[in-house]
Design a binder for this molecule. Sequence first.
Ligand SMILES: *Cc1c(COP(=O)(O)O)cnc(C)c1O
Length: 408
Amino acid sequence: MSNPVGTSHSSNTHSFNTLAIHAGQAPDPLTGAVIPPIYQTSTFVQDGINVLRNGHEYSRGSNPTRGGFETQLTALEAGHAGFAFASGIAAEDALLRAVLEPGDHIVLGADGYGGTNRLINRLHGKWGITNTPVDITDLAAVAGAVQPGVTALLWVETPSNPLLGIADLAGWARIARDAGALLVVDNTFATPFLQQPITLGADVVVHSTTKYIGGHSDVLGGAVIVAERIFRGQSLAEAVGFQQFAGGAVAGPQDCFLAARGLKTLGLRMERHCSNAARIAEWLTTREEVSTVLYPGLESHPGHELAKTQSRGFGGIVSLQFAGGEATARAFAESTKLFALSVSLGGVESLVCYSSEMTHASVIGTPLAVPKNLVRLSVGVEQVEDLIADLELGLAAARRASLVAATA
Ligand SMILES: *Cc1c(COP(=O)(O)O)cnc(C)c1O
């Protein structure tokens, strides 16, 4: 959390792109290296028994490379303290263990990451944690799902995955406050460049830094960033910090270095992700193979006006639904070349995903299942004309598939 090596040299009055490069990332005081070294060490020499140099003892407790990244991300999320983990799911698990007690209830945004749902239902369910899925766009339903005295957390993603619904974060925060519960926002899709949930009243932000923060599809990681809050008599920072140390699912120094390097260019990349995605979404609305384009930047999107009030852009994820149904969606997903058929998102390269079976297989057959005619695009930062030409290949394959289906 605190990082004696990296905390100098920046102030929270700086703007986003300046903080992204300087917060927690000051040059190495020992050698002058502009880029702080990767502290690839498990332990730290002591100057006497329990006399620690700069507070570091053992890298599960703290490591300067991890601390630098945590400081950097915390500044960008306007948080109070931040903690880096080995994956997004490890971060979420640590948060749940840090704040929940057996018997607690979670109001859970229905249209979210499949792995979060699996974690809460299948791992935490065993310890008596229950949840109620709710439509993230319906504040009355959110308030109605609260069980007074039992609900400890409200958990939401916006834009959501993969339907790209928009939740009113200030509204969710009011409901959480009234319930004496914490609001947790998974900010992986929007990133702090587009939206800072803590400034809108959220208590906790979680990230899969695997996605836009790392930004290059070369590292797994996760983070929990907390506001300055007391919950159940303990500060959130202390509770999550203790869980990180005692539970031990920490991010390693190499991974933190890669995530920190990616984070420095987040603003630049997000601007291009957003402009490419907007171009592609508009273009897709003109194509007859496509019945629906889900992108909050489209004026036709039901969350468009709300998104404008709480974020400075609409992100790089576009979902589309095919008029010809499942067979055409599958043919499209298997036929693009630049858009690689993969799970995950947020890297510089474009990806295509058949969500119902690739990321949301754990909810097939439940009300949370994703439509079978839906494909999700993670629009990268390539030249947009090349991306559109590539999507043409997919649409041609979709047309062939619908002809085959029609004559079968
Ligand atoms: C990928 C993802 C996660 C899980 O993160 P991992 O790094 O894969 O463990 C959580 N939430 C969202 C929105 C994600 O996209």
